[in-house]
Ligand binder design. Structure first.
Ligand SMILES: Cc1cc2nc3c(=O)[nH]c(=O)nc-3n(C[C@H](O)[C@H](O)[C@H](O)COP(=O)(O)OP(=O)(O)OC[C@H]3O[C@@H](n4cnc5c(N)ncnc54)[C@H](O)[C@@H]3O)c2cc1C
Length: 460
């Protein structure tokens, strides 16, 4: 009997266009393995909403593998140790895996390569980080030239088909039962809204892409309007690797209109974020620009009132309807519209002067698409602490944004206290139409002046 081949699964939970599966299935019987390691990522261990998604995604992939008479072996612990153990127990010839760039995964790949024959493949990005460089051979730091260089290399390679046959090994290594991992919330089970909003798994990702292919042409105008479904909502599927960006590109490429061109640039933002963490692995944990952060931020640990401000933001009780609608959408569905993510993040960092890392952590726990690179890079972009242009002095006006992007329907959907408010009043309801809805935590003008002063005082 040919020695089995291990496929190490992480954020690549699919069979089609999965180069590690593709190669392993051609070389012998396949043992697919997922290792849950809550230690190595430290504070970036998978968050609450992510665990919900992971449970359902593993379940879905296991069902798909079951159609081939195959399964996923689940283990908990240090990934390199568990994989080396399984390789030894099963006599596996090789471990196949798609490359990941989160620092804890890079460490695990390095450690594993010392004990087994590890074959790494690219496949979760349009191009692997480092594939495009500046004229002097340096990785890009800024999005615009990076995007231009990536576009010059497009289209990405053709997607691979799912393996037609997956042979099973003579015997299966021991594994955990998925339910024993207790990834789903109980007491309280807060996942009802998330379950209503999402279908999880590779087939669901493919369906969403098909639906999106009919609507991508309107993306240029629809993407900024939170009251309509104007974006693809592919982010959790892309994050968990239920679909690859190459599949998305080849399905949509050539669609008419500006919509596709703008959408392609958003997909490239995803590659850009990965390119940033490949250069600066700790980026989602520390500000890139040097400020005197003690003077810039109001720290929740330093005072009860600041901690209360953070809680009001987290719970959607700031008194700014667009911010609160976003924060409640996040809590209910595990996702937030991109324009509203920018407004809500800017509000935390500039109106409340609370450290972007508090926001990054809350999003990390609540988003089903919580992604080490995308989350960290976008938080640093909004807060003006990152590698790109300094956005700190550009302070978004939430009320104006809400009107400009016609958020009335969105606010009604997520802030029921304001459901009866007139369209003209809902962005900034007068006292007589607020009902039980809270008053503003801080006025916009006052917040703006406070933020700019803190910024001036904290510049190096
Ligand atoms: C403060 C903040 C935090 C964010 N955190 C995350 C996160 O943890 N995970 C995440 O996937 N996205 C994050 N984003 C980016 C963006 O908001 C989401 O990718 C987008 O809203 C997902 O919805 P969609 O799939 O409908 O996007 P679409 O508009 O349909 O875009 C298609 C795909 O392109 C990628 N993309 C789009 N915009 C961005 C962007 N700005 N940066 C990186 N990739 C992008 C996503 O994979 C997305 O699915 C964050 C943005 C902000 C402002």
């Amino acid at each position: 009997m040919t020695a089995p081949q291990i496929v190490w699964l992480r954020r690549d939970l699919r069979l089609a266009d999965q180069p590690a599966f593709h190669a392993a299935a051609q070389e012998g019987p396949v043992i697919a393995v997922y290792v849950l390691d809550d230690e190595a990522p430290g504070e970036h261990a998978i968050g609450g909403a992510g665990r919900w998604w992971l449970h359902h995604s593993l379940e879905s992939l296991a069902r798909d593998l079951g159609k081939h008479g195959s399964r996923i072996v689940l283990r908990k612990g240090d990934a390199a140790t568990e994989l080396a153990n399984i390789a030894r127990e099963s006599g596996a010839a090789r471990v196949h895996a798609i490359r990941h760039y989160e620092p804890w995964w890079r460490d695990a790949e390095d450690a594993l390569a010392k004990t087994v024959d590890l074959a790494l493949y690219d496949g979760n990005f349009l191009l692997p980080p480092g594939a495009v460089t500046t004229a002097s051979g340096e990785p890009y730091k800024i999005y615009t030239p990076f995007a231009k260089a990536v576009l010059d290399e497009m289209p990405p390679r053709e997607p691979l088909p799912a393996p037609s046959t997956i042979h099973r090994p003579d015997s299966w290594p021991q594994g955990d039962a998925l339910d024993d991992w207790k990834l789903l919330p109980v007491r309280p089970d807060w996942s009802g809204g998330i379950a209503d909003f999402w279908d999880v798994g590779e087939a669901a990702a493919r369906r969403r892409l098909e639906e999106w292919s009919d609507r991508v042409a309107d993306y240029e105008t629809s993407r900024n309007l939170p009251s309509v479904v104007g974006s693809s909502r592919l982010s959790p599927h892309l994050h968990w690797g239920e679909i690859s960006p190459a599949q998305v590109w080849h399905r949509l490429h050539g669609r008419r209109g500006q919509g596709w061109a703008t959408f392609a640039k958003e997909l490239i933002w995803r590659d850009y974020a990965q390119n940033v963490i490949a250069q600066f692995p700790g980026y989602p944990r520390e500000s890139y620009r040097k400020y005197d952060e003690r003077k810039l931020w109001r720290h929740p640990a330093a005072g009860r009132l600041i901690a209360r401000d953070l809680r009001r933001w987290q719970r959607g009780l700031t008194g700014y309807p667009i911010v609160d609608a976003g924060m409640r959408q996040l809590w209910q569905t595990g996702w937030m519209h991109n324009r509203v993510r920018m407004i809500a993040a800017s509000f935390l960092v500039k109106h409340l002067l609370i450290d972007w890392r508090e926001g990054e952590r809350w999003f990390w726990d609540c988003l089903v698409d919580a992604d080490y690179a995308n989350n960290g890079v976008n938080w640093q972009w909004v807060s003006g602490t990152g590698v790109d242009s300094n956005m700190f002095p550009r302070i978004m006006a939430p009320l104006r944004q809400s009107e400009k992007f016609d958020a009335a329907g969105y606010i009604r959907a997520f802030v029921p206290e304001l459901a009866g408010c007139r369209d003209a009043a809902i962005h900034d309801p007068p006292d007589e139409e607020r009902g039980a809805y809270p008053t503003k935590m801080i006025g916009h003008k006052e917040a703006r002046e406070r933020a700019l002063e803190a910024y001036r005082n904290s510049k190096g």
